[in-house]
Design a protein around this ligand. Sequence first.
Ligand code: ADP
Length: 240
Amino acid sequence: MIEINNLTFRYERRSGDSGERSVLDDVSLTIDDGSFVVLAGPNGSGKTTLVRHFNGLLDSDEGWIAVNGQRVGEDVVAARTAVAMTFQDPRDGFVAATVAEDVAFGPVNLGLEREQIDQRVQEALVAVQMDGFEQKRIDRLSGGEQARVAIAGALAMRPDHLVLDEPFVGLDEPARQSVLERLRALSAEGMSIIVVTHDLRELLDLADRLVVMSEGQIVLDGSPETVLDRLSEREVSVPC
Ligand code: ADP
């Protein structure tokens, strides 16, 4: 479970500028194990800032986050093992020069045997249709291919909670379908999945929950049908 409790965050808070606007304003949210959550909302509403707290990439003094019952700030390693994340710009997350090395990074750090590592890497690359690219240099790949490698790296962790920030940007239709298929299977196996996206196509068939942010707050939260109905009554647009 991921619990977010009264979280408030300002990027410039340590600069002494106390007048800085809160990017997250008293956000509380509980994500149950096995749930499939789509986090939507206009650009700049705070979605990325929120999810970056889930594994300690950002850390606020106001409010707290717990993953599987453990405060993230108290054990960042546990949080990073439990929560795998991809970034809007996949280049932010790469740690190795080649595809196979990068996807293997998480499993290697988990201390797995070579055979298990290779199996996980292969499975993850097949899921994003990047098998055959193992020895390619990441910096020579297209943006869409890099996005798929980043997703493979997260899948290879077999985390309890998978967070994908705008995972479909740059993906062609077959790759998109393959990723959706994998998410469907992982969700059925009980992994919780949180997708930050402005592209809701097909995702809402998979999701059991749609959370909408606006100006640093959660303004709508419920089943996709309920939220979409209520969205039309508010001044929050979810481009899709
Ligand atoms: P979203 O993911 O919904 O597009 P973000 O969390 O990326 O929103 O951004 C929320 C707000 O925080 C925006 O106003 C953005 O300009 C600001 N912001 C994001 N990252 C930084 C940063 N590293 N430093 C300062 N401000 C930032």
